[in-house]
Design a protein around this ligand. Structure first.
Ligand SMILES: [Zn+2]
Length: 289
């Protein structure tokens, strides 16, 4: 790296905080598997675990919400708003962008926003595609998001991945008027989205801390994607969706669910990281009004 005598705006100042963008993709996994509703309803109890933990660590987070889940649990959405967290969009029915036409996606956004406005969410800025399905072939979705007044998206996995991924993605910035904050990918040999879900639970603490530390050194926030089931220690055993029936991947779906909060606290403590809402973090970078 060449010497740079005048630090640019991206240089970290002494005393700057490291940002851990804590987010929950609020969806009901039972909706995505055959006969899923034979299993117990777990979304409210598990979401309350996140809400109570966030209160305990005095932090606000972002909830990317599926419209159907909001209609199923309206009081839960009101509680999320009441406790001061950001509510954002995770589509209306969790249909991957690659499976929607532009017209379908417009109707999807409309239905989601109608649901959320009726529940008192007035200022929705953020979007996350189901299963990070924003890829080269679905990038038309950015202009639809812009038309509906969204400001940012966190929908891209900038790597190859068994499910979705956009390895040629150019990096954080504007795409058709929407600011894309792609998921962090760890460095070799951990080239996976380590900040949430399975990987965050599975990797030992020192690995998560090391990957987070190198992310912070690059002056980036650590992003995340947790789900209600990530903290559900009592969930029945069933094959989770989008895993191609892999028994190994499904085993991973159940690993260390009791450790999400202690590991998040370890990251906060060891990396001097603050949990923030996505919109508040982005307010210093882009015009989110
Ligand atoms: Zn999802």
């Amino acid at each position: 790296m060449s010497a740079n005598l005048s630090p640019g705006p991206s240089s970290k100042e002494k005393g700057d905080i490291n940002v851990f963008l804590f987010s929950i993709d609020l969806e009901d996994v039972r909706d995505f598997i055959p006969d899923g509703h034979q299993y117990r309803a777990a979304v409210p109890a598990n979401t309350l675990k996140y809400l109570d933990w966030l209160d305990r660590v005095n932090s606000k987070a972002t909830f990317f919400i599926v419209g159907k889940t909001a209609r199923d649990y309206p009081d839960l959405i009101k509680e999320i708003i009441k406790r001061g967290h950001e509510t954002a969009c995770h589509t209306d029915t969790h249909l991957h962008l690659t499976k929607q036409t532009e017209l379908q996606f417009r109707k999807d956004c409309e239905s989601f926003l109608n649901t959320m406005h009726a529940l008192g969410a007035t200022d929705i800025k953020g979007f996350r595609a189901p299963t990070f399905s924003m890829v080269e072939s679905s990038k038309w979705a950015y202009s639809v998001l812009r038309d509906f007044g969204f400001k940012y998206s966190s929908s891209v996995l900038p790597s190859t991945n068994p499910i979705f991924g956009w390895p040629e993605f150019k990096g954080e910035g504007y795409y058709d008027g929407i600011y894309e904050l792609p998921m962090n990918i760890g460095s070799w040999p951990f080239k996976v989205p380590f900040g949430g879900g399975v990987y965050f639970r599975f990797f030992p603490n020192f690995v998560v801390n090391s990957l987070a530390s190198s992310t912070f050194k690059r002056d980036k926030a650590v992003l995340s994607y947790f789900h209600p089931y990530d903290v559900d220690v009592d969930q029945e055993r069933f094959m989770h969706p989008h895993l191609n029936d892999s028994k190994l991947l499904n085993w991973l779906m159940y690993v260390n669910r009791d450790k999400v909060f202690s590991k998040a606290e370890s990251l906060m403590k060891n990396q001097n990281a603050k949990v923030m809402r996505y919109d508040e973090y982005l307010a210093s970078k882009i015009n989110t009004k």
